[in-house]
Design a protein around this ligand. Structure first.
Ligand code: NAD
Length: 494
């Protein structure tokens, strides 16, 4: 599946991305006619003009989505019929992986080969998994007395709005939109303003797969306008959000101020990774710990707080540095690149500020420098701080860049206390060869997922989401369907 640098360069030169919104089965300019620049952060070149939608565009998209929901053109199709359309979608995503990977890379700076070889196949697999599940969900009959029959059935909600971030633009959109569609809802998707291109392309593919016009819509634009309007809209029944904890809280307000719509939040993280001295394969553990640099460290569930037992600390850090070297930033079109550019200049500056804070608080052991590649300065070397304590800002705050904070600990209970002392609770990892300890610590950790002798385990087979201020609700697995349906009881006396 590997392609050469020249191959990706030639493909990227011939790429002409669509930048318009998608409403009622058609690409449309914003009603105001306004657009904003889509900049490739790895070259600083403008690659498209994106429709700058506003309140009027959202209102139009929501009203069409609602009309189509009520018409039953999708919502009343049988689960098997919806399955077949979504299976066709999975196939089309597979056929369009190359373009989707290029759009994703050009939009937010990630290495194209990684996106093409891993992320896009995962997107297609996810759609396929959801499709195959949807006609295997049975409803319930309650254990009533004779003469009564109580049916408990799932019902679609109506219009589901999905507001997503820029770090895995297509994955995050798919995680929300596909189970929502599978349940029979109509969807309005708002991609992050930094990364609209794959959401826009997805609309065309969804239509080609056979989803009726107006059932799936994309409104592009800014959070303060499009995102807020979706959050406040009286005809949006459910708002599924992935993004920062700060913005997640706005959506709870929007819901309270409008129609009490369901709000599902997948927010930030500062995930701990605890490496005990009894870990059998420290090399493997170090290789896994270095995966914090995957996707330029722009990963919500990344294990950014590394807790290492004092007895192995120095040896482990030395091994880790060796693996961190593999993530030296390169041109995202270079197929050997494991780390591309950060999403935009503003974010690069924010990460660099955290590195400066880290230099005051702790010891910079590796990296920390900004790099210039192809005229762009949005590249930052993998960065490792040691002598970090859990009270420092680099241990407490989500940096969302390639910055790892290493904290030393002495005992198991101290490690658990440090790990849980965070406002977040998305993911946690434990490395140990002691089975009892693995269970004991997993049980004690406050997180939506605990990975033992692994990091960041994500699959359509298991729920994904957080506790505390990492959010509520779960994406993926059969539990994702719960977010996009409500339970209705029909009680029959006979
Ligand atoms: P963000 O919160 O700034 O933006 C996310 C989305 O919300 C975007 O579409 C944005 O336009 C919109 N938005 C911004 N301000 C808004 C407002 N005032 N009202 C309504 N909508 C608004 O997040 P980001 O910078 O795009 O992404 C990074 C964040 O996402 C990190 O905190 C990361 O942890 C989180 N994230 C979480 C998960 C998860 O599953 N838990 C996955 C990926 C990313």
């Amino acid at each position: 599946m590997s392609r050469s640098l020249q191959y990706w360069q030639a493909k990227s030169e011939s790429l002409v991305p669509e930048g318009r919104a998608f409403i009622d089965g058609k690409y449309v300019s914003s009603i105001s006619g306004k657009t904003f620049d889509c900049v490739n952060p790895a070259t600083n070149k403008i690659i498209a003009q994106i429709a700058e939608c506003d309140r009027a565009d959202v209102d139009l998209a929501v009203s069409i989505a609602k009309q189509r929901f009520e018409s039953g053109v999708w919502s009343k199709r049988s689960p098997t019929e919806r399955k077949n359309v979504l299976l066709a979608l999975a196939k089309l995503i597979h056929e369009n992986m190359e373009e989707l990977a290029l759009l994703e890379s050009a939009d937010m700076g990630k290495p194209v080969q990684v996106s093409f070889a891993y992320e896009m196949p995962e997107v297609a697999t996810y759609v396929q998994w959801v499709a195959e599940a949807v006609d295997k969900l049975y409803d319930e009959v309650a254990p009533t007395a004779r003469g009564d029959l109580a049916l408990i059935r799932r019902e679609a909600l109506g219009v589901v709005a999905c507001v997503v971030p820029w770090n895995f633009p297509l994955d995050m959109a798919i995680w929300k939109c596909i189970p929502a569609l599978a349940m029979g809802n109509s969807v309005v998707l708002k991609p992050a303003e930094q990364s609209s291109l794959t959401a826009i392309k997805l609309a065309e593919i969804i239509k080609a797969a056979g989803v009726p016009d107006g059932v799936f819509n994309v409104v592009t634009g800014f959070g303060e306008t499009v995102g807020a309007r979706l959050g406040l809209h009286m005809d949006v029944a459910c708002l599924a959000f992935t993004g920062s904890t700060e913005v997640g809280k706005y959506f709870l307000h929007y819901s309270a101020e409008s129609n009490m719509k369901l709000v599902w939040l997948e927010c930030g993280g500062k995930s701990p990774n605890i490496v005990f001295g009894d870990t059998e394969d420290l090399d493997y553990a170090a290789e896994m710990a270095a995966r914090i640099f995957y996707n330029q460290g722009e990963v919500c569930s990344s294990p950014t707080r590394l807790l290492v037992e004092e007895t192995i600390h120095d040896e482990f850090v030395a091994k880790l540095v060796k693996y961190a070297e593999c993530y030296e930033p390169k041109d995202p079109l270079d197929p050997s690149s494991l780390m591309g550019s950060l999403v935009e200049d503003g974010h690069t500056q924010r990460v660099l500020q955290y590195i400066e804070i880290g230099k005051q608080e702790a010891i910079l052991t590796y990296g920390g420098e900004q790099m210039e590649i192809n005229g762009s300065k949005n590249f930052i070397r993998p960065t490792i701080f040691t002598n970090v304590t859990n009270e420092m800002r680099i241990a407490k705050e989500e940096i969302f860049g390639p910055v790892l904070s290493i904290i030393k600990f002495k005992t198991e209970s101290e490690a658990i206390e440090i790990a849980n002392n965070s406002i977040y609770g998305l993911m946690a990892s434990v490395f140990t060869s002691n089975l009892s300890r693995a269970h004991r610590v997993s049980e004690a950790l406050q997180a939506g997922t605990v990975a033992v002798n692994a990091v960041d385990m994500i699959s359509p087979l298991v729920p994904f989401g957080g506790v505390k201020q990492s959010g509520n609700g779960r994406d993926s697995s059969l539990h994702a369907f719960d977010k996009y349906s409500s339970l209705k009881t029909t009680w029959i006396k006979y």
